[in-house]
Design a protein around this ligand. Structure first.
Ligand code: NA7
Length: 299
């Protein structure tokens, strides 16, 4: 399908959604956008996107609609509330859900949309805002292989590494398993920083050891950045990390999988959120754990 004839709708212009939508526009797709807080659509509209008053409007006539919203409640609302996407999606359209949401909601959404002859692909993403800007996200895809093949040109604008995982539910499950690893690893790094700091090891030495040895990894570099460069615009909100850990725990409970480390990490993330750090990123967690040790990680 030629790009100029392939209309795309985009709903959810938060930290990740806005740069993803901008890339679709740059790639030449006519784009219809909606966001709950309308102001966030302004930069995209200035670049040529069409602003829509409701999700249904953003879906109207679109061949693909990408959704990038916070959580299950948000996905449910933008799909099924009055003037939600389900009111505007045309037959044969493909709904691409990039948000990290539960496999259960994915099944329900896929079933409800099928009755409207609309297809559903779950496409949760990894990496951060910078990768979203560069169109270099890592993406996990769940849904039918046919739908994936049709959506692939759109997905390739957003992501440089795309893994087809299987039916609806599989990619969402895989994403939660990955985020369980991210959350527990990040927590372990906060403890490493606090312990090393309190014992008097200089931060530079701690990081030199990390970089040179088997613990060097992208996740370690995210953790390092939170110490070296705190207070910037958050890349990933702690409230979303907590949401993902809660979803992973739900899944583990359903499958009777003991996940004690994830449970402990949840307690710390819930405390951090209740202390007002939900809209901060990982650097707030570093400071919180250091404060329990009675030290400052920085300075
Ligand atoms: P953000 O920056 O918190 O953005 C969340 C988006 O979801 C933003 O557009 C919100 O609109 C929207 N949202 C949240 N709740 C609702 C409801 N109830 N109805 C409609 N829209 C809603 O998150 P990220 O971009 O970092 O992450 C998005 C997803 O990817 C998330 O699942 C992560 O875990 C991974 P707002 O602008 O607040 O009006």
């Amino acid at each position: 399908m030629a790009k100029k004839r392939t209309k795309v709708g985009f709903v959810g212009l938060g930290l990740m959604g806005a740069p993803m939508a901008a890339n679709l526009l740059k790639a030449g797709y006519p784009l219809q956008v909606w966001n709950r807080t309308a102001d966030k659509a302004k930069p995209l509209v200035a670049e040529g996107a069409t602003h829509c008053g409701t999700p249904a409007e953003a879906a109207r006539g679109a061949d693909f609609v990408v959704v990038m919203v916070a959580d299950d409640a948000a996905l449910d609302a933008v799909l099924f509330a009055e003037e939600g996407l389900s009111r505007g999606l045309k037959r044969g359209a493909i709904l691409i859900n990039g948000s990290t949401t539960s496999p259960g909601l994915g099944f329900r959404a896929a079933t409800a949309l099928r009755s409207l002859s609309v297809r559903y692909l779950e496409c949760p993403v990894m990496r951060s805002v910078q990768a979203a800007r560069e169109g270099k996200l890592q993406m996990l895809v769940g849904g039918s292989a046919d739908d994936f093949a049709k959506a692939r040109p759109v997905l390739e604008v957003l992501a440089s590494d795309i893994h087809y995982v299987g039916d609806v539910g599989k990619a969402a499950t895989m994403k939660l398993a990955c985020n369980l690893l991210v959350a527990t690893s990040m927590q372990a790094f906060t403890e490493y920083f606090a312990l090393a700091r309190k014992s008097g090891v200089p931060f530079e030495t701690m990081m030199e050891v990390m970089h040179a040895g088997p613990l060097d990894s992208q996740i370690m570099r995210y953790a390092e950045q939170a110490v070296v460069n705190p207070g910037g615009r958050p890349n990933f909100y702690l409230k979303h990390m907590l949401k993902d850990v809660n979803l992973a725990l739900d899944l583990a409970r359903q499958l009777d999988v003991p996940v004690p480390l994830t449970g402990a990490t949840r307690q710390i993330l819930a405390a951090a959120k209740n202390l007002g750090h939900g809209d901060s990123d990982y650097s707030a967690l570093v400071d919180l754990v250091a404060s329990w040790a009675g030290v400052a990680v920085r300075g």
